[in-house]
Design a binder for this molecule. Sequence first.
Ligand SMILES: [Ca+2]
Length: 113
Amino acid sequence: MWIESFNLVLDANRDGTVSLVEAWQIFEWLYLLPGNLLLELLGSIPPIADLLHIRASPETGYGSLNGVMATALSLLIWLLLLVEAANLRERWKSQQMRRHKLAHHFRHPQGKA
Ligand SMILES: [Ca+2]
């Protein structure tokens, strides 16, 4: 199955190097990847694609990719990932704290050493 969203050209003008403009395009591609993938997934389901006017399949063309909807969805997904990463970090920190307190308790059962 072809997934258009993964189609990335690193060296667009084929001069053998990745220029600043090309690096920016790679960054843009990476940023838009989650939104594009979601649109392509939804676009492959004809009733949903028709309902939401998504054009992201070989039959309809890929007009919806890299557009406003892909940008908004990508922003949303990246924000959710950031929040989730922050939550994981917070959970990990409190777990470390608990572990530290427990270790302290077993080393000094009578309280403060
Ligand atoms: Ca180049």
